[in-house]
Write a protein that binds this ligand. Structure first.
Ligand SMILES: Cc1ncc(COP(=O)(O)O)c(C=O)c1O
Length: 389
């Protein structure tokens, strides 16, 4: 074990402005969804050009979308085999079947595999949920074009933008993450390790021509929200008008997220600097980094720094932990989790070999806006030593 200060994996950068914002909310007498949650929705809508609903997490954002769209038994969701299991789990909970398709060499949903899987299910409603993995903005146009060219059926696309900033530029054009040009909705996570961090939260931006009833689905299917009911002059009468869940974001969480969103350029700039140090160091030592979207014009949020470990990944993790360096894995193939492996409504489309290889070798190194060059050098030194030992 080392005497050096541990390097945490991804602590949130919470400053004086976030602390002040929380204090103001706590003193205001209104700590659940209210003015801050509404303002955060408006700010995300301004950044993306689409209506936005803020939620208690990305996962419950999807649950609310599934309820609003009446997704359930007989419907199919298609996910990349490398993603976080929370969203596929919501689809199974809704009674849907779930198919997993392989990822390409950069760990993004393979468009050909997705089209092939969907083409087999033209008799049912199909929901495609690609993940912008690690912060690499996917080429949604190519993904959706393949579907249009090869699949004749009822296809809906929801983007998992958990690793991106709402409104970040996509390719140097006017396009913005969350504009839903090639999807009906985009889902963001504000989990504490994410680019915009708070004490649990998320947001959904959506095309209002394709999605209705989302605001109500987030609030138990009610026809009005809590601040409608409890504020002076509000009406206490409400009716349940549709299926719903409880997925609203509190003003405490929204106040933090609002400050983080205002600081997005600064936070993203610092992530980019840290990622550049890493990329140079890792490439000099001959390691492969999963960061493809930076090539060409497509953008990257630098949420994760994932490196390919040639062998003994788990032993490398243990050795780095002994040096005080936290690491993580994003992600194991979802189909390797016992619950998914044994579920009758789950299958893999083909062998998913890229996903399997990635799942064996990928290692996420610490990356957060407060890392200094010395920290990065320490991580790189520890990593290189752990691999060579
Ligand atoms: C790709 C991806 N999707 C969804 C989620 C779920 O986000 P939340 O914790 O906000 O529900 C995560 C969280 O880690 C994620 O990484």
């Amino acid at each position: 074990m080392t005497d050096l200060k541990p390097i945490d994996f991804a602590p949130p950068d919470i400053g004086e402005a976030e602390r002040r914002a929380v204090d103001d909310v706590l003193r205001s007498g209104w700590i659940t969804s209210g003015m801050h949650a509404r303002s955060l929705s408006d700010e995300i809508a301004d950044l993306t050009g689409r209506p936005a609903a803020v939620t208690s997490s990305a996962t419950l954002g999807l649950q609310a979308l599934l309820l609003a769209g009446k997704w359930g038994r007989g419907d199919l969701a298609i996910f990349p085999v490398i993603t976080f299991p929370g969203m596929p789990m919501q689809c199974l909970n809704a009674g849907m079947d779930v198919a997993f398709v392989d990822v390409d060499g950069d760990c993004l949903m393979d468009p050909d595999q997705a089209a092939e899987a969907a083409a087999r299910h033209t008799h049912r409603r199909v929901l495609l949920v690609p993940t912008h993995m690690m912060g690499a903005v996917m080429d949604m146009h190519t993904l959706v074009r393949k579907q249009i060219d090869q699949v004749v059926g009822m296809m809906t696309v929801i983007e998992d933008c958990a690793h991106l900033y709402p409104g970040m530029d996509i390719d140097g054009s006017e396009r913005r993450v969350g504009d839903c040009l090639w999807s009906c909705a985009s889902i963001f996570s504000f989990y504490p390790t994410k680019c915009v961090a708070t004490c649990e939260g998320g947001a959904v931006t959506y095309n209002p021509a394709l999605i209705s009833g989302l605001g109500s689905a987030i609030w138990h299917g009610m026809d009005r929200t809590a601040d409608d009911r409890y504020r002076a002059g509000g009406t206490t009468m409400y009716e349940i008008v549709r299926p719903g869940t409880k997925a609203n974001m509190s003003d405490v969480a929204a106040a933090i997220a609002r400050v983080q969103l205002q600081r997005r350029q600064e936070l993203r700039g610092r992530r980019e600097t840290v990622a550049t140090w890493y990329s140079i160091g890792l490439r000099q030592c001959g390691y492969r980094v999963y960061q493809s979207a930076q090539r060409g014009t497509r953008r990257h949020s630098q949420h994760l720094m994932v490196v390919d470990v040639p062998h003994s990944r788990d032993r490398v993790r243990e050795r780095m932990a002994a040096d005080g360096v936290a690491t993580s894995i994003h992600f194991r193939p979802v189909t390797e989790h016992p619950f998914f492996r044994g579920h009758p409504g789950v299958w893999k489309h083909g062998p998913c070999e890229n996903g399997w290889k990635y799942g064996q070798h990928a290692l996420s190194l610490p990356l957060h806006p407060n890392m200094k060059m010395d920290d990065v050098e320490r991580v790189l030194h520890s990593f290189d030593r752990a691999v060579r030992r």
